[in-house]
Design a protein around this ligand. Structure first.
Ligand code: GLC
Length: 544
């Protein structure tokens, strides 16, 4: 067995390559068309294990808890269980053990902002105004003129308030009306939610991806959100800002409370789903007194910026995004990068306007894995999966905040080229993509994107400057994003990303050796100080 040792030390996550896996879509083991935990166990060798595996260090599973699945698990009805579609507690325990045996750490997806409307806490809460759980959620009367309690909008569209006939009050839901927001200003809620973390940490879970981190604590008076000065009728901008319910300053205190719970379990960690300016994001890592917040906070700028999907693939944007992130993360903290996730169109589809999305995806693999910080690979990126067109009759996602919802990027993992793609013995919950995009076809092809991912991950292991070194943006041709990774006492590396569809000239401060190129036919070997970099090519060069 070729199983590399797990990263050592409580700060293993600083050197880890993470993999986000959507459990419904990874592997179906019981022929119901839905992926499950046993399926994940069966496929762990792809991630790390025998033979040619990707070599990732940690996985994050999108929610696995019991849920009515209105938002596919982001509506939790029991934080301490496993959804029967995915298996049971015994299978979860086995998954944890199997991951650990292979040196893979495992994160669950913790959803603290809201529960399902079927969670017993909410069923209690809505039952009467005097129920002890009433104040676990956010209930308000209509305003004196009969209008909604405030002007907040739900992220998925429409007002963030729904009136409950039984008690005549409105409850707040920042997402679907089946996802009522918890009241994090109630200490009983804080305690109960902290205990859900402890429950899983005791079972061996290594940490959490935290859903909608930035919205859990709202303005104490639920003040109206101000009008967005950039909005005008018909513009794509939201009409109101989110200042009362996103990144409200008190949220950072709640984050420190969550961190304190994690600190009870040395070696555990959390990565937050956060949105906002680089400075707002940086504050999630901690306060002035140190890194006492989340271990990592996602930087989504390669996926979307200011609510707009990121489709540019140009060196200037890369320079700006990377420099902003580097400037904003506090000393000692690491940026955290993802190029795709279960909420946005897949990378290839976002960058395919000229049919060259695959070449950009190869360069993106190199960029993601060579940046300073912690990379998250979204399942299927390593084999070049693109969005799958979903016929209207098969749409599943209730959230249509971007058409046609989020199903196209959540389709089953493609293991082989058979009609079932090796995923399920029956019709899958979402349709498959083209048969030629699959693991088996890429597995032994040294020119495949999968081989490229494996080599890039391998290089991070091999060269400490790539894994842990500092990052400095280098002057370069305007179409070439160039940066250096260096660490005292170690050979430094230059990374070059040519974002143009033509050849460009690149020059180095000193000659080096090409360790990796994103072009299937790209040449390895020595380079001079001046050389050509091919169309959409990414290169890693080592010096000394
Ligand atoms: C996050 C999740 C998304 C979910 C939403 C509500 O943004 O990534 O999938 O719908 O939170 O929980």
């Amino acid at each position: 067995m070729n199983v590399a040792l797990a990263l050592e030390g409580n700060d293993w996550w600083r050197r880890a390559v993470f993999y986000q896996l959507y459990p419904r879509s990874f592997q179906d083991s019981n022929a119901d068309g839905i992926g499950d935990l046993q399926g994940i166990i069966d496929r762990l060798d792809h991630l790390r294990g025998r033979g040619d595996s990707l070599g990732v260090d940690a996985v994050w599973l999108s929610p696995t808890f019991p849920s009515p699945m209105k938002d596919f698990g982001y509506d939790v009805s029991d934080y301490l269980g496993v959804h029967p579609d995915f298996g049971d507690m015994a299978t979860m325990d086995r998954l944890i053990a199997e991951c650990h045996r292979r040196g893979i750490r495992i994160l669950l997806d913790w959803v603290p902002n809201h529960t399902s409307d079927q969670h017993p806490w909410f069923l209690d809460s809505r039952s009467s105004r005097s129920n002890p759980h009433r104040d676990w959620y956010i209930w308000r009367d209509a305003r004196p003129d009969g209008s909604l309690p405030n002007n907040w909008r739900a992220v998925f569209g429409g007002p963030a308030w729904t009136r409950d006939e039984a008690t005549g009050q409105y409850y707040l839901h920042s997402f679907l009306e089946e996802q009522p927001d918890l009241n994090w200003r109630n200490p009983a809620v804080v305690d109960a939610m902290h205990d859900t973390l402890r429950f899983w940490l005791r079972r061996g879970i290594d940490g959490f991806r935290i859903d909608v981190m930035g919205m859990i604590v709202k303005h104490p008076d639920l003040a109206d959100n101000p009008l967005n000065p950039h909005w005008s009728p018909g513009s794509a901008e939201p009409k109101f800002l989110w200042s009362s319910n996103r990144n409200y300053p008190d949220v950072y205190e709640a984050v420190r409370g969550i961190r304190a719970v994690l600190d009870e379990f040395p070696g555990s960690m959390a990565v937050g789903e956060v949105f906002g300016t680089p400075d707002e994001i940086a504050r999630y890592y901690g306060s002035r007194s140190g890194l006492d917040g989340l271990h990592l906070a996602f930087n989504f700028q390669f996926i979307h910026e200011h609510g707009h999907v990121f489709t540019a693939w140009d060196a200037e944007s890369m320079r700006r995004i990377v420099q902003n992130a580097e400037a904003a993360v506090p000393p000692g903290a690491l940026p955290c990068w993802a190029f795709g996730n279960h909420d946005r169109s897949r990378f290839i589809s976002r960058h395919d306007h000229d049919g060259r999305g695959h070449e950009r995806a190869r360069a993106a693999a190199v960029l993601l894995l060579m940046l300073r910080g912690v990379p998250f690979i979204y399942y299927g990126e390593e084999i070049g999966m693109a969005d799958v067109g979903i016929p209207d009759s098969r749409l599943q996602d209730p959230a249509r905040f971007h058409t046609p919802g989020r199903d196209p990027e959540r389709t089953p993992m493609q293991w082989d080229g058979s009609p079932s793609r090796g995923f399920s013995a029956v019709e899958p919950w979402l349709p498959y993509g083209p048969a030629d995009v699959n693991v088996a076809a890429r597995q032994h092809d040294p020119a495949s994107i999968l081989a490229l991912y494996r080599r890039a991950i391998g290089l991070r292991r091999e060269f400490r400057s790539l894994e842990q070194g500092s990052l400095r943006v280098l002057p370069s041709h305007p179409d070439v994003f160039a940066f250096e990774r260096s660490l005292a006492g170690e050979p430094s590396a230059t990374v070059l990303i040519n974002t143009a569809t033509g050849v460009r000239r690149a020059s180095l401060h000193s000659p080096g050796r090409v360790l990796l190129t994103s072009r299937a036919a790209g040449a390895a070997g020595q380079t001079g100080q001046d050389f050509e970099i091919g169309p959409l090519e990414a290169m890693v060069i080592i010096h000394g």
